[in-house]
Ligand binder design. Structure first.
Ligand SMILES: Nc1ncnc2c1ncn2[C@@H]1O[C@H](COP(=O)(O)OP(=O)(O)OP(=O)(O)O)[C@@H](O)[C@H]1O
Ligand SMILES: CC(=O)N[C@H]1[C@@H]2OC[C@@H](O2)[C@@H](O)[C@@H]1O[C@H](C)C(=O)O
Length: 366
């Protein structure tokens, strides 16, 4: 049975809520619907940053000490508003949607402690929008000993299978953190690879008072410090085989030292691509094509540097294949909600390291 699923994603960049509609049976995508976006206001962003700081001390998934309770209410409210304006803009009613997939906002990710925390109140959201909501996608996986991330690989597989192209194909998401999905026939492997845009964004903010390096124009002016990258790649994470996952702030302690801003931006952009390419020897076969999605796909210097590091393989931005790059993660959580409803696995031993294919998600009805 086909379902109309609305996915909601609030990513590690803390910029806002992505909304996307798809029609799916949880295996294939029958149709892509419209997508939308609700930016966090500066005060909400500030609250979320404080929540990330406070979450470092959490030991339980459902504890909400201090500012975390307020941050959770703000996240839930922002998602309710995102759905309300999406419905109005697209002249839809709540009953037109079968299921909402609500990822929430990750504030802490410590799979080695069997802990991953996404704030956002599923039952409260279901009551506010009058639509059934599936949430807590990562919980069962982590409890069973999996990494709890990445979760988009089953969706990347559905997208890649709709292309008539020889594998291995790698879909790369360059968000705050970067992650890859390797698809080759029946083989599906996934992992986080290292930084995405988060280090670069933080650097641009500190040195240039800009939120990000638009189109990678600033990094294009700088010189890459290859020895710095080689040293950074010696961190044990990069040699670990997939599956593996990261917290947004796992590399925050890496410091560039006293560098010219353009050189720093160039080095951090190159570091993201070098960390992505570092996964090649950890995969069964050399990928033939790389498809890049997430905000990093708009960074032309990032795409060029990735091309330089993957040999003869092709590197394409997902948009050029007709995929809605910015909506992919939100679509993925709609897809995952449909899979959750149907009892299909959300994660596998080779995507999150879970001992067996895992279903997941918790349902809240209005
Ligand atoms: N036009 C652009 N030029 C360069 N970089 C861009 C552009 N637009 C967005 N970005 C980068 O993409 C980032 C946002 O990416 P995205 O929305 O994929 O992240 P996210 O979904 O929050 O993260 P994650 O996938 O880690 O959860 C921005 O912070 C910025 O660094
Ligand atoms: C714990 C968590 O929220 N991880 C995010 C983060 O952002 C990118 C990368 O790190 C990925 O592992 C994941 O998001 C995507 C949507 C995923 O689960 O596939």
């Amino acid at each position: 049975m086909m379902l109309t699923a609305l996915g909601l994603m609030s990513g590690t960049s803390l910029d806002g809520v992505d909304v996307a509609l798809i029609e799916t049976d949880g295996k294939q995508v029958k149709a892509f619907g419209p997508s939308g976006y609700r930016a966090y206001h500066p005060a909400e962003r500030n609250l979320l940053r404080q929540a990330l700081g406070e979450a470092v001390h959490l030991t339980q998934r459902d504890a909400r000490p201090g500012i975390l309770a307020e941050a959770e209410r703000a996240v839930t409210q922002a998602h309710a508003e995102a759905v309300a304006s999406f419905l109005t803009q697209n002249r839809m009613r709540p009953e037109d949607i079968d299921i909402v997939g609500f990822h929430g906002q990750t504030v802490l990710h410590r799979p080695e402690k069997r802990l991953t925390v996404q704030i956002g109140d599923g039952p409260a959201l279901a009551r506010a929008i009058h639509i059934p909501v599936m949430y807590d996608f990562r919980a069962a996986d982590v409890e069973a000993g999996g990494q709890g991330a990445p979760f988009v690989p089953v969706y990347h597989r559905a997208l890649a299978n709709s292309l008539d192209r020889e594998g291995p194909i790698v879909v790369v998401n360059i968000g705050g953190v970067s992650n890859i999905t390797y698809i080759d026939g029946d083989t599906l492997i996934a992992c986080d690879t290292g930084p995405g845009n988060a280090l670069l964004d933080d650097f641009m903010y500190r040195t240039m008072n800009q939120a990000f390096d638009a189109e990678g124009k600033f990094a294009a002016l700088g010189k890459v410090d290859e020895p710095w990258i080689a040293r950074a790649l010696e961190l044990p994470f990069f040699a670990l085989p997939p599956p593996k996952s990261l917290d947004r702030n796992d590399f925050a302690s890496l410091k560039l030292g006293d560098v010219a801003p353009a050189d720093g931006a160039a080095t951090l952009t190159a570091f993201t691509t070098a960390a992505i390419a570092r996964v090649i020897p950890l995969l069964p076969r050399r990928p033939r094509s790389w498809i890049v999605c997430g905000g990093g796909a708009r960074n032309l210097t990032m795409l060029r540097m990735l091309r330089e590091r993957v040999g003869s393989a092709t590197v394409e931005a997902a948009e050029t294949l007709g995929w809605a790059s910015d909506a992919i993660e939100a679509q993925a959580f709609g897809f995952l909600a449909a899979r959750g409803l149907k009892g299909l696995p959300l994660s596998y031993p080779a995507t999150t390291g879970v001992p067996m294919p895992m279903t997941g998600g918790v349902i809240a009805r209005p």
